[in-house]
Design a protein around this ligand. Structure first.
Ligand code: HEM
Length: 407
């Protein structure tokens, strides 16, 4: 297996962990711990990317909330191979700064109010129940494909106004886009450009259709907004659809998958939750902290700014390891213990500050319903094998698949 350097840091020298990338993807937490022992903010090269690597909770929180630190696109804007992907990135709120960010976010956030989320509760419950009825006689299932993906996709698709027959194509395309934007990307993982192009074509024609035949969905609402200057332009609208369909299922699928694994690997916690289903809210918060679906986010400094005694200079890049911050022993007691009653649990799995996850309430509701329905409907859940395969991604914590059996 080809070995790559995950992080090189003059102070760390030839750290043992630099040369075990395969182990890193299986279990990144010992690596994070070692990094953290060199300081919460340190200069380094993270898989060929120079910048400041942040593993401390307090420092990550400070940077995410500080106006001097700006969001930025994962693919550099001068990259020649990813023209369409760059155009999409440029128009996504995730990679925009104020004032454009504020304008786009306030238009889109109308679809994610507590009232709007509560309105989809019954359909999530019904879908979760039906998906499990389909597999319950088989005695086994693959949690991501048979349950988490169809559930999360149906939910975000219904909000956006995407038809059920189109769901399968989004999984493959989300996967390609994620591989192309992850820090682990190489020239060989540039197929995201084709996926970007197909997604643009798909949403361009759906937007056109909804302009003439509006329904009660988010795309129809965004297309029909009053022309008072606050409207999204066509590029922003297409980028928003692509962001929502991908962010709206990928990380939620991983929250459900990672959460089920954490529970199955900690049977005392599984029993506790089965006996007291009302613990599901704090259980999902602990799943978010313990195996955070989003492990990394990036920023750059717009002005020289001090963080934890270190000056980050204007223009420098910052890599915030959310998965490490969520296991920072300075903030969380026994951070490597999975405790579904942990209180307080102020994890950073959804980020914080002006880019705080817009879909957090939806993701929480889906995971709470999914996990409790699974535990209540299928008896005696077991992992099919102990050697789970994790995807070789730096920014996301995601299983290749999760086979389980029951009954
Ligand atoms: C467990 C599931 C999820 C996780 C862990 C997650 C994580 C995150 C994180 C960490 C950010 C902030 C990124 C940054 O600051 O750079 C973010 C932003 C965002 N998320 Fe999520 N997300 C999840 C589910 C969802 C869902 C279901 C949706 C949509 C329905 C969604 C839509 C968004 C959007 C639109 C943003 C950008 C917000 C902005 O730039 O203002 N996410 N998410």
């Amino acid at each position: 297996m080809k070995q790559e350097t995950l992080i090189s840091n003059p102070k760390m020298g030839a750290s043992r962990l630099n040369s075990f990338p395969d182990e890193f993807f299986v279990n990144p937490y010992p690596f994070y711990r070692e990094l953290h022992s060199n300081g919460p903010v340190q200069r380094g090269t993270l898989i060929k990317h120079d910048g400041w690597v942040v593993t401390g909770y307090k420092e990550a929180l400070h940077i995410l909330k500080h106006p001097h630190f700006k969001t930025r696109m994962p693919i550099p804007k001068d990259s020649k191979d990813n023209k369409r992907l760059i155009r999409i990135q440029k128009n996504m709120m995730l990679f925009k700064n104020p004032p454009d960010h504020t304008r786009i976010r306030s238009l889109v956030s109308k679809a994610f109010t507590p009232h709007a989320i509560e309105a989809v509760r019954t359909s999530i419950e019904e879908t979760a129940h039906q998906l499990l009825v389909r597999v319950q006689d088989a005695g086994e299932m693959e949690v991501k494909s048979d349950f988490a993906f169809p559930l999360a996709m149906a939910t975000i698709a219904r909000i956006l106004g995407v038809s059920p027959q189109d769901y399968p194509q989004f999984r493959k395309r989300a996967d390609l886009l994620i591989r192309t934007t992850d820090l682990t990307r190489t020239e060989k993982t540039l197929d995201g450009e084709a996926a970007a192009s197909e997604l643009l074509d798909y949403f361009r024609s759906l937007v056109k259709y909804r302009l003439h035949y509006p329904e009660d969905d988010l795309i129809s609402k965004l297309v029909g907004e009053a022309d008072d200057g606050d409207k999204l332009d066509e590029d922003e609208l297409l980028a928003t659809c692509i962001l929502l369909i991908i962010a709206g299922h990928e990380t939620t699928v991983n929250l459900i998958g990672n959460g089920v694994v954490s529970l199955l690997k900690n049977p005392d916690q599984l029993i506790k939750l089965k006996e007291e289903p009302s613990l599901i809210r704090s259980a999902v918060e602990e799943c978010l902290r313990f195996e955070s679906p989003t492990q990394l986010t990036a920023r750059f400094a717009a002005e020289d700014t001090e963080v934890g005694g270190t000056t980050i200079k204007s223009g420098e890049q910052i890599y915030l390891l959310l998965g490490a911050a969520n296991r920072d022993p300075m903030r969380f007691t026994d951070p490597d213990i999975f405790d579904i009653t942990r209180e307080p649990n102020p994890h950073l799995a959804f980020g914080t500050g002006n880019h705080f996850c817009l879909g957090s309430a939806l993701a929480r509701l889906e995971a709470q319903i999914a996990i409790n329905t699974l535990l209540q409907q299928l008896p005696n859940l077991r992992l099919e094998n102990d050697r789970l395969q994790w995807r070789r991604l730096f920014g996301f914590r995601s299983l290749e698949e999760l086979p389980i059996s029951f009954g």
